[in-house]
Design a protein around this ligand. Structure first.
Ligand SMILES: Nc1ncnc2c1ncn2[C@@H]1O[C@H](COP(=O)(O)OP(=O)(O)OP(=O)(O)O)[C@@H](O)[C@H]1O
Ligand SMILES: [Mg+2]
Length: 345
Protein backbone atom coordinates (compact mmCIF):
# COMPACT_ATOMS: atom_id res chain seq x y z
CA UNK A 1 0.00 0.00 0.00
CA UNK A 2 1.17 3.52 -0.80
CA UNK A 3 1.95 4.87 2.65
CA UNK A 4 1.74 8.56 1.74
CA UNK A 5 -1.81 9.79 2.23
CA UNK A 6 -3.60 11.53 -0.62
CA UNK A 7 -4.90 14.20 1.73
CA UNK A 8 -3.64 15.19 5.14
CA UNK A 9 -5.66 17.59 7.26
CA UNK A 10 -3.73 18.91 10.25
CA UNK A 11 -5.42 20.74 13.09
CA UNK A 12 -7.89 22.51 10.79
CA UNK A 13 -9.85 25.32 12.40
CA UNK A 14 -12.44 27.47 10.66
CA UNK A 15 -13.47 30.68 12.36
CA UNK A 16 -16.49 32.58 11.08
CA UNK A 17 -17.28 36.20 11.84
CA UNK A 18 -20.99 36.34 12.49
CA UNK A 19 -23.50 38.72 14.05
CA UNK A 20 -22.88 36.83 17.30
CA UNK A 21 -19.14 37.53 17.01
CA UNK A 22 -16.33 35.23 15.98
CA UNK A 23 -17.29 31.57 16.23
CA UNK A 24 -15.22 28.46 15.58
CA UNK A 25 -17.26 26.04 13.46
CA UNK A 26 -14.39 23.59 12.89
CA UNK A 27 -12.21 23.28 15.93
CA UNK A 28 -8.98 21.38 15.42
CA UNK A 29 -9.74 18.52 13.06
CA UNK A 30 -6.92 16.20 11.92
CA UNK A 31 -7.15 13.19 9.63
CA UNK A 32 -5.69 11.58 6.54
CA UNK A 33 -7.35 10.11 3.46
CA UNK A 34 -5.46 7.36 1.62
CA UNK A 35 -5.97 6.32 -1.97
CA UNK A 36 -9.09 4.21 -2.30
CA UNK A 37 -10.45 4.91 1.19
CA UNK A 38 -14.11 5.80 1.75
CA UNK A 39 -14.33 7.74 5.00
CA UNK A 40 -17.69 8.53 6.56
CA UNK A 41 -18.19 11.72 8.58
CA UNK A 42 -21.29 11.60 10.75
CA UNK A 43 -22.90 13.85 13.32
CA UNK A 44 -26.08 15.75 14.03
CA UNK A 45 -27.16 18.85 12.17
CA UNK A 46 -24.98 21.87 12.88
CA UNK A 47 -21.91 19.96 14.07
CA UNK A 48 -19.69 21.41 11.33
CA UNK A 49 -19.64 18.74 8.60
CA UNK A 50 -20.36 21.12 5.70
CA UNK A 51 -18.10 23.91 6.96
CA UNK A 52 -15.29 21.35 7.32
CA UNK A 53 -15.76 19.90 3.85
CA UNK A 54 -15.93 23.31 2.22
CA UNK A 55 -12.89 24.50 4.18
CA UNK A 56 -10.77 21.76 2.56
CA UNK A 57 -11.20 23.53 -0.79
CA UNK A 58 -11.47 27.04 0.75
CA UNK A 59 -14.93 27.41 -0.67
CA UNK A 60 -15.99 29.77 2.10
CA UNK A 61 -13.38 32.32 0.96
CA UNK A 62 -15.94 34.50 -0.78
CA UNK A 63 -17.55 35.48 2.50
CA UNK A 64 -14.29 37.22 3.58
CA UNK A 65 -15.49 36.73 7.11
CA UNK A 66 -13.70 33.43 7.32
CA UNK A 67 -10.31 32.56 8.80
CA UNK A 68 -8.66 29.17 8.48
CA UNK A 69 -5.91 27.71 10.65
CA UNK A 70 -3.89 24.53 10.22
CA UNK A 71 -2.90 22.70 7.03
CA UNK A 72 -4.71 20.81 4.30
CA UNK A 73 -1.98 19.01 2.38
CA UNK A 74 -2.92 17.48 -0.97
CA UNK A 75 -0.08 16.03 -3.04
CA UNK A 76 2.57 18.08 -1.21
CA UNK A 77 0.66 21.37 -1.54
CA UNK A 78 -1.05 23.14 1.31
CA UNK A 79 -4.46 24.08 -0.06
CA UNK A 80 -4.94 26.67 2.70
CA UNK A 81 -2.03 28.78 1.45
CA UNK A 82 -2.05 27.91 -2.25
CA UNK A 83 -2.67 30.84 -4.65
CA UNK A 84 -6.29 30.82 -5.78
CA UNK A 85 -5.36 30.22 -9.42
CA UNK A 86 -3.60 26.96 -8.48
CA UNK A 87 -6.38 25.95 -6.12
CA UNK A 88 -8.92 26.43 -8.93
CA UNK A 89 -7.01 23.92 -11.04
CA UNK A 90 -7.42 21.33 -8.27
CA UNK A 91 -11.09 22.05 -7.57
CA UNK A 92 -13.37 20.02 -9.80
CA UNK A 93 -10.43 18.22 -11.36
CA UNK A 94 -8.44 16.35 -8.72
CA UNK A 95 -10.87 17.02 -5.87
CA UNK A 96 -14.60 17.25 -6.62
CA UNK A 97 -17.33 18.23 -4.23
CA UNK A 98 -21.02 17.42 -4.27
CA UNK A 99 -22.87 20.05 -2.27
CA UNK A 100 -25.75 19.44 0.07
CA UNK A 101 -27.81 22.05 -1.79
CA UNK A 102 -27.73 21.51 -5.58
CA UNK A 103 -29.18 24.91 -6.42
CA UNK A 104 -25.99 26.63 -5.19
CA UNK A 105 -23.70 24.86 -7.62
CA UNK A 106 -25.50 24.80 -10.95
CA UNK A 107 -25.25 27.85 -13.13
CA UNK A 108 -28.80 28.95 -14.12
CA UNK A 109 -27.75 30.45 -17.45
CA UNK A 110 -26.11 27.36 -18.96
CA UNK A 111 -27.74 24.08 -19.93
CA UNK A 112 -26.91 21.01 -17.86
CA UNK A 113 -25.05 19.50 -20.81
CA UNK A 114 -23.04 22.65 -21.30
CA UNK A 115 -21.88 22.60 -17.70
CA UNK A 116 -20.83 18.95 -17.78
CA UNK A 117 -19.18 19.38 -21.19
CA UNK A 118 -17.18 22.33 -19.90
CA UNK A 119 -15.74 20.18 -17.09
CA UNK A 120 -14.86 17.41 -19.56
CA UNK A 121 -13.28 19.75 -22.10
CA UNK A 122 -11.28 21.60 -19.50
CA UNK A 123 -10.11 18.70 -17.37
CA UNK A 124 -10.11 15.77 -19.76
CA UNK A 125 -9.21 17.77 -22.87
CA UNK A 126 -12.10 16.26 -24.85
CA UNK A 127 -13.38 17.72 -28.11
CA UNK A 128 -16.83 19.34 -28.11
CA UNK A 129 -18.36 16.31 -29.81
CA UNK A 130 -16.72 13.78 -27.47
CA UNK A 131 -17.73 15.82 -24.42
CA UNK A 132 -21.36 16.00 -25.59
CA UNK A 133 -21.50 12.23 -26.10
CA UNK A 134 -19.89 11.59 -22.72
CA UNK A 135 -22.26 14.06 -20.98
CA UNK A 136 -25.28 12.11 -22.30
CA UNK A 137 -23.67 8.86 -21.15
CA UNK A 138 -23.01 10.21 -17.64
CA UNK A 139 -26.54 11.60 -17.29
CA UNK A 140 -27.89 8.16 -18.24
CA UNK A 141 -25.60 6.48 -15.73
CA UNK A 142 -26.83 8.73 -12.97
CA UNK A 143 -30.44 7.73 -13.69
CA UNK A 144 -31.69 10.74 -15.67
CA UNK A 145 -34.37 9.54 -18.11
CA UNK A 146 -34.08 10.59 -21.79
CA UNK A 147 -30.58 11.98 -21.24
CA UNK A 148 -30.24 13.02 -24.92
CA UNK A 149 -33.11 15.49 -24.35
CA UNK A 150 -32.33 16.49 -20.76
CA UNK A 151 -28.75 17.35 -21.72
CA UNK A 152 -30.07 20.52 -23.41
CA UNK A 153 -32.25 21.63 -20.50
CA UNK A 154 -31.50 24.37 -18.00
CA UNK A 155 -31.33 23.87 -14.20
CA UNK A 156 -34.76 25.50 -13.61
CA UNK A 157 -36.36 22.89 -15.89
CA UNK A 158 -35.24 20.09 -13.56
CA UNK A 159 -36.74 19.03 -10.24
CA UNK A 160 -34.60 19.24 -7.07
CA UNK A 161 -33.75 15.54 -7.30
CA UNK A 162 -32.79 15.86 -10.97
CA UNK A 163 -30.62 18.89 -10.19
CA UNK A 164 -28.88 16.89 -7.49
CA UNK A 165 -28.21 14.10 -9.99
CA UNK A 166 -26.88 16.58 -12.57
CA UNK A 167 -24.53 17.97 -9.95
CA UNK A 168 -23.34 14.47 -9.06
CA UNK A 169 -22.77 13.83 -12.77
CA UNK A 170 -20.62 16.97 -12.96
CA UNK A 171 -18.62 16.03 -9.89
CA UNK A 172 -17.92 12.52 -11.14
CA UNK A 173 -17.34 13.39 -14.80
CA UNK A 174 -13.72 14.41 -14.29
CA UNK A 175 -12.97 11.18 -12.39
CA UNK A 176 -11.43 12.97 -9.40
CA UNK A 177 -8.82 11.46 -7.10
CA UNK A 178 -10.91 12.60 -4.15
CA UNK A 179 -14.65 13.08 -4.01
CA UNK A 180 -16.12 15.07 -1.15
CA UNK A 181 -19.79 14.13 -1.02
CA UNK A 182 -21.80 16.27 1.41
CA UNK A 183 -25.15 14.51 1.95
CA UNK A 184 -25.14 13.66 -1.77
CA UNK A 185 -28.40 11.78 -1.81
CA UNK A 186 -30.57 13.77 0.61
CA UNK A 187 -33.13 14.94 -1.94
CA UNK A 188 -33.39 11.64 -3.77
CA UNK A 189 -35.74 8.69 -3.49
CA UNK A 190 -34.45 5.36 -2.25
CA UNK A 191 -33.95 3.68 -5.65
CA UNK A 192 -31.96 6.55 -7.12
CA UNK A 193 -30.04 6.88 -3.87
CA UNK A 194 -28.98 3.23 -4.16
CA UNK A 195 -27.93 3.71 -7.82
CA UNK A 196 -25.78 6.71 -6.95
CA UNK A 197 -24.13 4.97 -4.02
CA UNK A 198 -23.40 2.05 -6.32
CA UNK A 199 -21.80 4.39 -8.85
CA UNK A 200 -19.62 6.01 -6.19
CA UNK A 201 -18.52 2.59 -4.92
CA UNK A 202 -17.81 1.47 -8.49
CA UNK A 203 -15.62 4.51 -9.21
CA UNK A 204 -13.88 3.81 -5.94
CA UNK A 205 -13.25 0.20 -6.93
CA UNK A 206 -12.28 0.80 -10.56
CA UNK A 207 -10.39 4.09 -10.33
CA UNK A 208 -9.29 3.96 -6.70
CA UNK A 209 -11.18 7.25 -6.13
CA UNK A 210 -11.08 8.19 -2.44
CA UNK A 211 -14.28 9.50 -0.90
CA UNK A 212 -15.11 11.69 2.06
CA UNK A 213 -18.75 10.82 2.60
CA UNK A 214 -20.70 13.20 4.81
CA UNK A 215 -24.06 12.04 6.04
CA UNK A 216 -26.64 11.75 8.80
CA UNK A 217 -27.39 8.25 7.61
CA UNK A 218 -25.46 5.68 9.62
CA UNK A 219 -27.09 2.91 7.58
CA UNK A 220 -25.35 4.15 4.41
CA UNK A 221 -22.09 4.53 6.32
CA UNK A 222 -22.21 0.91 7.42
CA UNK A 223 -22.69 -0.17 3.80
CA UNK A 224 -20.04 1.81 1.96
CA UNK A 225 -17.43 3.31 4.32
CA UNK A 226 -14.09 1.83 5.30
CA UNK A 227 -13.86 3.96 8.41
CA UNK A 228 -15.95 6.54 10.25
CA UNK A 229 -15.35 9.78 12.11
CA UNK A 230 -17.97 11.04 14.50
CA UNK A 231 -18.18 14.83 14.69
CA UNK A 232 -19.60 16.95 17.46
CA UNK A 233 -19.35 20.75 17.76
CA UNK A 234 -16.56 21.06 15.21
CA UNK A 235 -14.39 18.24 16.56
CA UNK A 236 -14.04 14.52 16.08
CA UNK A 237 -15.03 12.65 19.24
CA UNK A 238 -14.52 9.09 17.97
CA UNK A 239 -12.79 7.51 14.98
CA UNK A 240 -12.72 3.83 14.03
CA UNK A 241 -13.02 1.34 11.24
CA UNK A 242 -16.67 0.93 10.32
CA UNK A 243 -17.00 -2.61 11.72
CA UNK A 244 -15.42 -1.62 15.00
CA UNK A 245 -17.47 1.54 15.39
CA UNK A 246 -20.74 -0.34 15.03
CA UNK A 247 -19.59 -3.29 17.18
CA UNK A 248 -17.91 -1.36 19.99
CA UNK A 249 -18.84 2.31 19.97
CA UNK A 250 -17.11 3.86 22.98
CA UNK A 251 -18.25 7.49 23.11
CA UNK A 252 -21.68 8.14 24.67
CA UNK A 253 -22.46 10.40 21.69
CA UNK A 254 -21.67 7.66 19.15
CA UNK A 255 -23.70 5.21 21.21
CA UNK A 256 -26.62 7.66 21.12
CA UNK A 257 -26.34 8.09 17.32
CA UNK A 258 -26.28 4.32 16.77
CA UNK A 259 -29.26 3.82 19.08
CA UNK A 260 -31.13 6.43 17.02
CA UNK A 261 -31.00 4.34 13.81
CA UNK A 262 -34.54 3.19 13.05
CA UNK A 263 -34.76 -0.61 13.07
CA UNK A 264 -36.39 -2.19 10.03
CA UNK A 265 -37.62 -5.14 12.00
CA UNK A 266 -38.93 -2.98 14.86
CA UNK A 267 -42.62 -2.53 15.52
CA UNK A 268 -44.26 0.70 14.34
CA UNK A 269 -44.79 1.55 17.98
CA UNK A 270 -41.10 1.26 18.94
CA UNK A 271 -39.95 4.61 20.24
CA UNK A 272 -37.00 6.06 18.36
CA UNK A 273 -34.09 6.89 20.65
CA UNK A 274 -33.30 10.59 20.79
CA UNK A 275 -30.11 12.03 22.28
CA UNK A 276 -31.02 14.29 25.20
CA UNK A 277 -30.79 18.03 24.67
CA UNK A 278 -29.64 20.12 21.73
CA UNK A 279 -26.30 20.86 20.12
CA UNK A 280 -25.13 24.01 21.98
CA UNK A 281 -24.71 27.24 20.06
CA UNK A 282 -21.21 27.95 18.73
CA UNK A 283 -21.14 31.09 20.83
CA UNK A 284 -21.76 29.01 23.95
CA UNK A 285 -19.38 26.04 23.67
CA UNK A 286 -19.02 24.10 26.94
CA UNK A 287 -15.75 24.63 28.76
CA UNK A 288 -14.63 21.04 29.33
CA UNK A 289 -15.79 18.12 27.19
CA UNK A 290 -17.94 19.55 24.40
CA UNK A 291 -20.57 16.81 24.93
CA UNK A 292 -20.73 17.26 28.74
CA UNK A 293 -23.97 19.25 28.71
CA UNK A 294 -25.84 16.32 27.13
CA UNK A 295 -23.92 13.36 28.50
CA UNK A 296 -25.57 11.11 31.10
CA UNK A 297 -22.12 10.22 32.51
CA UNK A 298 -20.70 13.74 32.83
CA UNK A 299 -19.13 14.78 36.14
CA UNK A 300 -17.00 17.66 37.45
CA UNK A 301 -13.96 16.56 35.45
CA UNK A 302 -15.96 16.54 32.20
CA UNK A 303 -17.46 19.96 32.90
CA UNK A 304 -14.08 21.53 33.59
CA UNK A 305 -11.38 19.83 31.55
CA UNK A 306 -11.34 18.92 27.89
CA UNK A 307 -10.39 15.27 27.27
CA UNK A 308 -7.74 14.43 24.67
CA UNK A 309 -8.31 12.04 21.79
CA UNK A 310 -6.97 8.70 23.05
CA UNK A 311 -6.07 5.71 20.90
CA UNK A 312 -7.63 2.63 22.47
CA UNK A 313 -6.91 0.17 19.67
CA UNK A 314 -5.10 0.43 16.32
CA UNK A 315 -7.33 2.75 14.28
CA UNK A 316 -9.84 3.35 17.09
CA UNK A 317 -9.66 6.59 19.09
CA UNK A 318 -12.07 8.30 21.42
CA UNK A 319 -12.26 11.65 23.19
CA UNK A 320 -13.93 10.89 26.51
CA UNK A 321 -12.64 10.87 30.09
CA UNK A 322 -14.71 7.91 31.13
CA UNK A 323 -14.98 5.66 28.07
CA UNK A 324 -13.29 2.75 29.86
CA UNK A 325 -15.63 2.79 32.87
CA UNK A 326 -18.74 3.51 30.81
CA UNK A 327 -18.01 0.47 28.67
CA UNK A 328 -16.97 -1.84 31.50
CA UNK A 329 -19.55 -4.41 32.60
CA UNK A 330 -20.20 -2.27 35.70
CA UNK A 331 -20.73 0.85 33.54
CA UNK A 332 -23.09 -0.94 31.18
CA UNK A 333 -25.09 -2.28 34.11
CA UNK A 334 -25.59 1.34 35.25
CA UNK A 335 -26.97 1.95 31.76
CA UNK A 336 -26.04 5.59 31.83
CA UNK A 337 -28.03 6.42 34.97
CA UNK A 338 -29.88 9.68 35.13
CA UNK A 339 -28.58 12.78 33.45
CA UNK A 340 -25.44 14.01 35.18
CA UNK A 341 -26.07 11.48 37.92
CA UNK A 342 -23.38 8.84 37.40
CA UNK A 343 -19.96 9.91 38.62
CA UNK A 344 -16.86 8.15 37.30
CA UNK A 345 -14.02 10.23 38.71
N1 LIG B 1 -21.78 31.20 6.66
C1 LIG B 1 -21.97 30.97 7.95
N2 LIG B 1 -21.96 31.97 8.84
C2 LIG B 1 -22.14 31.77 10.16
N3 LIG B 1 -22.30 30.56 10.72
C3 LIG B 1 -22.32 29.51 9.89
C4 LIG B 1 -22.15 29.65 8.48
N4 LIG B 1 -22.19 28.41 7.92
C5 LIG B 1 -22.39 27.55 8.95
N5 LIG B 1 -22.45 28.21 10.13
C6 LIG B 1 -22.62 27.61 11.45
O1 LIG B 1 -21.58 26.65 11.60
C7 LIG B 1 -22.07 25.50 12.28
C8 LIG B 1 -21.81 24.27 11.46
O2 LIG B 1 -22.64 24.30 10.33
P1 LIG B 1 -22.60 23.18 9.19
O3 LIG B 1 -23.43 23.67 8.08
O4 LIG B 1 -21.19 22.85 8.89
O5 LIG B 1 -23.29 21.95 9.93
P2 LIG B 1 -23.60 20.50 9.35
O6 LIG B 1 -22.96 19.52 10.27
O7 LIG B 1 -23.22 20.45 7.92
O8 LIG B 1 -25.19 20.40 9.52
P3 LIG B 1 -26.29 19.69 8.57
O9 LIG B 1 -26.23 18.25 8.93
O10 LIG B 1 -27.57 20.34 8.96
O11 LIG B 1 -25.92 19.94 7.15
C9 LIG B 1 -23.54 25.75 12.57
O12 LIG B 1 -23.65 26.24 13.90
C10 LIG B 1 -23.91 26.83 11.58
O13 LIG B 1 -24.94 27.64 12.09
MG1 LIG C 1 -24.26 20.21 6.18
Amino acid sequence: MNDKPLLEVKNLKTHLHTERGRVTAVNGVSFTVSKGEIIGIVGESGCGKSVMSQSILRLLDHTDSVEYEGNVVFENQDLLSLPLSKLRAIRGDEISIIFQDPSTSLNPVYSIGNQIEEVLRLHQKMSKKEAHKKAIEILGLIGIPSPEIRVNEYPHQLSGGMQQRAMIAMALSCEPKLLIADEPTTALDVTIQAQILELIVELNRILGMSVLFITHDLGVVSEICTSVKVMYLGQFVEEATTDRLFETPLHPYTQGLIKSIPKLEGSRHDKLHVIDGMVPSLSDIPQGCSFSTRCPFADELCFNKEPLMETVHAGHSVKCWHYAKINSSEGRAKGGGSKNGTSYS
